[in-house]
Design a protein around this ligand. Structure first.
Ligand code: MD3
Ligand code: FE
Length: 203
């Protein structure tokens, strides 16, 4: 099921399955020091996705805007470090997709339950759009919405299943994308939950 999704983008199907148990345990450990929380958009809406981060920089949203911060605003502590198992998985996936020098400094961790959605958006708070984003999906399956550079471009629906890794670079790096409201279900490892890691070079 590996396939090229578009110019610079590749799906590595099931590539995180072998390490999924360890990845979920590491996410749980991160969340003990940097808890999952629902953030507010600059427009004052509460996001339905619960988020936390690891790495030198973490993505945050509040009434002042979207940005990367070196400390967790909830605790004022630095974000937990990116675990070695995360870094090697992301590095291998990026290299397979043609980005041999990917050195992420930020990892956003998203948590979904049935009904949770992520509306169509672009990831453009990073400095260098020549660097890809690597995403790892764990737990319940999702329908990924993948559009174009313009918000009104047609949208494709791509299933993202437990263990799937996708690398988004090149001409797809600034594509609009989102997640359709999660369907009800149970996963053996995560229960009624989907977890998504996105590795980024923010600075
Ligand atoms: C395509 N996360 O955290 S991952 C995000 O499943 C985000 O939680 C989604 O969008 C999730 O910003 C989707 C796949 C993904 C991530 C970043 C992309 C696809 C992308 C950036 C550009 C194009
Ligand atoms: Fe995104």
């Amino acid at each position: 099921r590996d396939r090229v999704l578009g110019p610079g983008a590749m799906l590595l199907a099931g590539r995180a399955r072998a390490t999924a148990t360890e990845l979920v345990a590491l996410i749980e450990a991160i969340a003990r020091s940097a808890p999952f929380r629902r953030m507010s958009t600059p427009g004052g809406r509460m996001m339905s996705v619960a988020m936390t981060n690891c790495g030198a920089l973490g993505w945050v949203s509040d009434s002042r805007g979207y940005r990367y911060m070196s400390r967790d605003p909830l605790t004022d502590l630095p974000w937990p470090a990116i675990p070695a198992a995360f870094a090697s998985l992301a590095g291998q996936a990026a290299a397979e997709a043609g980005y041999p020098d990917f050195m992420p400094d930020a990892c956003l961790i998203n948590r979904y339950e049935p009904g949770t959605r992520l509306t169509l958006h672009q990831d453009r708070n990073e400095h260098d759009f020549s660097q890809p984003i690597v995403s790892v999906s764990l737990g319940l399956p999702a329908r990924f919405l993948w559009g174009g550079l313009a918000r009104t471009d047609p949208v494709q629906r791509i299933p993202l299943d437990h263990g799937d890794i996708a690398v988004w670079g090149g001409a797809t790096r600034l594509a609009h994308h989102g997640i359709h409201p999660l369907a009800e279900g149970t996963n053996a490892l995560t229960g009624r939950t989907r977890l998504n890691l996105t590795f980024r070079r923010a600075a």
